[in-house]
Design a binder for this molecule. Sequence first.
Ligand SMILES: NC(=O)c1ccc[n+]([C@@H]2O[C@H](COP(=O)([O-])OP(=O)(O)OC[C@H]3O[C@@H](n4cnc5c(N)ncnc54)[C@H](OP(=O)(O)O)[C@@H]3O)[C@@H](O)[C@H]2O)c1
Length: 353
Amino acid sequence: MTKSKNNEKKEKINAAVLGATGVVGQVFLHMLVHHEWFELSMICGSHNRAGKAYGSEVHWVLPVPMPQPVQYKILDTLDINRLKEKDIKIVFSALPADTARTIEPMLRENGFYVFSNASALRYEPHVPILIPEVNPEALEDIKQQGFPGKGFVVTNANCSTTGLAVALAPLRPFGIKEVFVSTYQSVSGAGYPGLSAVDIMGNTIPYIQKEEEKMNIELKKILQLDARVYPHCVRIPVLFGHLETVWLTLEKPIDKIDVLEAWESFTFQGSPCPTLPGQPVVYMEDEHFPQPKMSFWGTPPGMQVFTGRLRKEGDKIGFTLLVNNLVKGAAGGSIANAELFTEVKYENKKNCG
Ligand SMILES: NC(=O)c1ccc[n+]([C@@H]2O[C@H](COP(=O)([O-])OP(=O)(O)OC[C@H]3O[C@@H](n4cnc5c(N)ncnc54)[C@H](OP(=O)(O)O)[C@@H]3O)[C@@H](O)[C@H]2O)c1
């Protein structure tokens, strides 16, 4: 039993993490091991790791120590009966897209609530790409998948899209007509082991497979935007954090102060969800910032989007943003989605018997 921010007692909900040994999986474990609402009841890597201790199998890459309770936790087999035996309700997926494409629908069919980082089901019409601060109404789509009678899949966006969508959400009232965005993406975005050091050390790769297409489609789906989106996605030799430079064409003639006020008044101070930031966008006055080295800054760490270098040129507004690709852009985003679901739907369902 635990207390939420509004002091109500909640029974912890049993959760599993799939892909727990991967880079995103590591963040899930770091964030879930002491979570107030969710119990980390089961962890899985690929099949050949089942039965082995997590600490002996994982190649831990995060800039924080591996939590002690997970070091000796045994990796399980991904099996529907095992999930049911352990009374798991929520499944967090950090699987590669190809694997997710078969496993996630199977989990949904079997009544599980799947919160996924994989792109496999993101473009299905009734599968929401959810960012609680931006499009909480999209959670309603789980009813189209059969909830509460059945399970569902809720996805989060591609990591670069998440940062951009959060920064643009409060600017929607100004009428976004065009978005020109260039990304400077860290190597952790490619998972572990990811790119060869020979390819990326001291180098920059001006192409990331399917990334530009994902940004284009996902941004419009999340923001319900009828705009032109022009992304360039580039991999740079940085470990964590994706930097993005953005130019916008807006319908309304606005000044820099309007943008700053929109970001500042975009708040969630009263939200009971423990992982949701009270202030999703933080503007940095120092023109040398934001920088990827501050990816794990903020409250909660890694969950805020930092903006900077705001400019106005003619009818265009320009700025820079930083998103933590593994926290806000992946595991933390999924956990926040599961918290929103728990707060809005799950508790109601339980109370209705
Ligand atoms: N990295 C990011 O910044 C980021 C951001 C947003 C979304 N995503 C998405 O999140 C997912 C995970 O990304 P990642 O970067 O964590 O990748 P990763 O480091 O390559 O990890 C993949 C995980 O999936 C497991 N796995 C692989 N094949 C499997 C199979 N056939 N059955 C069961 N488990 C299997 C791996 O287990 P083993 O260790 O046992 O092989 C590992 O735990 C991907 O869909 C990715 O596109 C990543």
